[in-house]
Design a protein around this ligand. Structure first.
Ligand code: GLN
Length: 448
């Protein structure tokens, strides 16, 4: 099979299957592999990869699933794209998502809802729902997503695939359309952990364009594939296990038992601040979002309202017409939390709680290599079932957002089925120890 044929077959298959799924915003119908493919040098040469539509691609429309950017064609590549180009992957298009990555269901997209391939009436999760569905349905073998509060791990869990959010500071955010800069992280989704390890090898590592990036050396993550888990210290968080019902707990417990049987040392631990994670995250994320989204003013990029009277009117009308409801909700919440009278009560307080959450994790990781538990509180929910209740939607994120607040790496690996739908085992590790995550995830894949 030649890389040209693979590119063409991939596009044909996407066109055939995507009517039902709607995983893509842009399909690059003229997709072509790089010339002079070097298969010895580049393990991913000629492999088609999907890119979430909040990652900037030179010459290819990049919308963040928003009306306000629906005609935006960038003139440069994100660092991760530049690196994947050097590694000679084949780009086939951009995937659907919640607008500006705000959401947990891919129902908040200007380009329509994405459907879960396991059951078309269920959500695929979000916000990287399109990337998850593109991988789960076999349209591509790997996809990039972004994770600010769970947007890689939760859709991976809902679609029965592997997805990893690396350590904050591991992968350059240059060219990622910012949602909440202190939480955002680009990561990888694939059927198998090994594929994500190969992609992460390519995209990770220091970059002069992102000053929050660590300069430490990036290990070869594939080294951790195929290792055993004997002697690893695995913590199970009481509060996380209590958040899921009996059926789900049983599926997860089977995986924990398998780890124990293979020689891992299991300890129950407690993260008492878990109950504050959702309000803490939504204050911090919305505050940063309200600031980051100021640049969308109808002047510099994207959509501009017609029939405006003056400059202020251009701003107000362009933003009112260009942003969706959920994005406006976040901007209002964030502007409120940052306003003069509220800053001390909300943003400052939330920042303090964040530090305490970090400390809780550090204590556990002083004695353990990884934390395992559920990725989500339930399997995929029905399309339309939570969209009108934002608080309920936000509460879905309770198990994933602490990792972003603490900046630690975290992944979801398929753990089994509940009522015919996949559920994920979440694996968290110390900062810059993605290796242990790959080690445990690959073990779980091999035992299932
Ligand atoms: N569901 C969370 C939110 O809506 C997380 C989104 C994300 O990780 N991008 O903010």
């Amino acid at each position: 099979l030649s890389a040209d044929k693979l590119a063409q077959d991939t596009i044909d298959n996407i066109k055939k299957t995507d009517d039902k799924l709607n995983a893509w915003i842009t399909v690059q119908e003229d997709a072509k592999p790089a010339s002079n493919l070097d298969f010895d040098q580049n393990k991913l040469a000629g492999i088609p990869i999907a890119i979430k539509d909040n990652i900037i691609t030179d010459g290819v429309k990049t919308t963040a699933a928003s009306h306000i950017l629906d005609n935006y064609i960038p003139v440069y590549d994100a660092t991760v794209i530049e690196r994947l180009k050097k590694a000679q992957v084949t780009f086939v298009g951009k995937t659907n998502m919640d607008e500006f990555a705000m959401g947990s269901s891919t129902e908040h997209s200007y380009f329509g809802i994405t459907h879960n391939p396991w059951n078309l009436d269920k959500v695929p999760g979000g916000s990287s729902g399109g990337s998850a569905v593109a991988v789960a349905s076999g349209q591509v073998v790997a996809a990039l997503g972004s994770d600010t509060g769970g947007s890689i791990r939760q859709p991976s869990a809902f679609n029965g695939i592997f997805g990893i959010k690396p350590t904050y500071g591991r992968v350059s955010r240059w060219g990622l359309i910012a949602f909440a800069s202190s939480l955002d992280e680009i990561g990888v989704m694939s059927k198998r952990a090994k594929t994500s390890a190969q992609v992460l090898n390519v995209i990770a590592g220091s970059d002069d364009h992102d000053s929050t990036l660590s300069t430490r050396a990036v290990p070869d993550f594939t080294k951790y594939i195929g290792q055993d888990v004997k002697g690893m210290h695995v913590a199970v968080v009481k509060e996380y296990m209590a958040a899921v019902d009996g059926d789900m707990r049983a599926v997860l417990q089977e995986q924990i038992d398998a780890l124990e049987k293979a020689g891992a040392i299991i300890t129950e631990v407690s993260l008492p601040l878990t109950k504050y994670a959702v309000p803490d995250y939504y204050i911090i994320a919305s505050s940063e979002a309200s600031s980051n989204l100021q640049r969308f003013d109808g002047i510099r990029y994207g959509y501009r309202a017609q029939n405006t009277k003056n400059l202020l009117d251009v701003y107000v009308k362009s933003r009112s017409e260009g942003f969706g409801e959920e994005v406006k909700r976040r901007i209002m919440l964030g502007s409120f939390a940052l306003s003069a009278g509220s800053y001390d009560r909300f943003f400052r307080q939330a920042s303090k709680v964040r530090t305490l959450i970090c400390d809780e994790f550090d204590k556990i990781f002083a004695e353990n290599d990884v934390i395992v538990g559920p990725t989500t509180t339930t399997p995929a929910f029905g399309i339309g079932s939570e969209i009108s209740d934002p608080i309920k939607m936000y509460n879905n994120d309770i198990l994933t957002i602490s990792a972003n607040l603490a900046g630690i790496p975290a992944a979801s690996v398929p753990a089994g089925l509940v009522d015919g739908m996949p559920v994920g085992l979440q694996i968290m590790a110390k900062r810059f120890d993605e290796g242990s995550i790959f080690q445990v995830a690959d073990f779980i894949e091999r035992t299932n």
